[in-house]
Write a protein that binds this ligand. Structure first.
Ligand code: NAP
Length: 287
């Protein structure tokens, strides 16, 4: 008999963990260190404005300082780099985040190594990527926020990746690729699928855990999953459906009765990403 999937919400995970972050922040403050995050936002892309505000709100919730530096859309390369370097050299700044995408005037800049590795709360710097690649991760490592959030969430819900067949669909530098390394370090058997993957439906059916991160509203329907309530799905996609509502890459209503568990969109993986930013900030301040 089919049963409804367990819904993996971010809220209980965050509620539990936020106290830890608050305590860590308090302890740092008692030593004269107030964790400080600078978020550099160029232009007014509506999605970026929402994301930066959420990051600021959460950082402040745990007691950290966070400032959004909103530069004009027309800002040139020299001025932009000056701002980043000022924060790189400021000992009172512990975390720097460059909100992507950058506007056209700056889109030629490779941001990968602009932020010094120990302030790189996004975990995008070559040095941090190399540590992830080599599996040299410690408690204060800068790990990309969405992959880190998925692992935090899985831990809370008792989902162990070790020995599991995990299919990740989407190989972006911010989600799919770093997640494949992270889960491989956690002893999962990882397959990283993408737009050129053949027979994707057969592949996803063989997995224990599927992560969808492609940015295509409701693409993953019943046909992509087994019908035995055994598979676990992390839906990373954040899209607008035809009715204007937010939706994931999975057709939630269509599949929820045939899988074991799934992250809803919204309220699933998204808030975990915001949470991970603050986690990385505390790690950076500890360093
Ligand atoms: P991206 O850079 O847009 O890349 C999309 C990836 O999906 C590519 O690897 C692409 O393959 C693959 N792909 C596209 N269509 C496909 C298809 N029909 N079948 C199989 N693979 C396909 O991805 P992203 O930046 O990671 O974003 C993906 C989604 O996650 C978006 O909806 C984004 O808004 C969301 N997101 C959410 C969070 C969160 O916190 N929840 C964080 C980041 C992103 P190729 O490489 O072959 O082109």
């Amino acid at each position: 008999m089919q049963k409804e999937a367990k819904l993996l919400y971010a809220q209980p995970v965050i509620e539990k963990q936020v106290e830890v972050l608050k305590d860590e922040c308090k302890s740092l403050k008692s030593k004269g260190i107030t964790p400080c995050l600078k978020v550099i936002l160029v232009g007014n892309n509506p999605g970026s404005v929402i994301y930066t505000n959420s990051k600021k709100k959460f950082a402040e919730k745990i007691g950290a300082n966070c400032e959004i530096i909103n530069l004009d859309e027309s800002t040139g390369e020299e001025e932009f780099l000056k701002v980043v370097n000022e924060f790189n050299n400021d000992d009172l700044v512990h975390g720097i985040l460059i909100q992507l995408p950058l506007p056209k005037s700056l889109s030629q800049i490779d941001t990968t190594d602009l932020v010094v590795p120990h302030k790189d709360v996004d975990g995008f710097h070559y040095e941090n990527v190399a540590k992830l690649y080599r599996g040299q991760l410690g408690e204060t490592s800068m790990i990309p926020c969405t992959p880190k959030g998925i692992v935090t969430m899985a831990k809370y819900y008792g989902i162990d990746f070790a020995g599991k067949n995990v299919v990740i669909v989407g190989r972006s530098l911010i989600v799919g690729k770093p997640l494949s390394l992270l889960l491989s370090n956690l002893n999962a058997t990882v397959t990283l699928a993408h737009s050129k993957t053949q027979n994707l439906k057969d592949l996803t059916k063989t997995a224990d855990i599927i992560v969808t991160a492609i940015g295509s509203p409701k693409l993953f329907t019943k046909e992509y999953f087994r019908d035995d309530n055994s598979q676990i799905i992390f839906d990373v996609g954040i899209n607008r459906s035809e009715d204007g509502k937010l939706c994931g890459d999975c057709d939630f209503a269509n599949i929820k009765d045939q899988v074991a568990a799934i992250t809803p969109v919204p309220k699933g993986v998204g808030p975990m990403t915001i949470f991970s930013v603050s986690q990385n900030l505390i790690s950076a301040a500890k360093k």
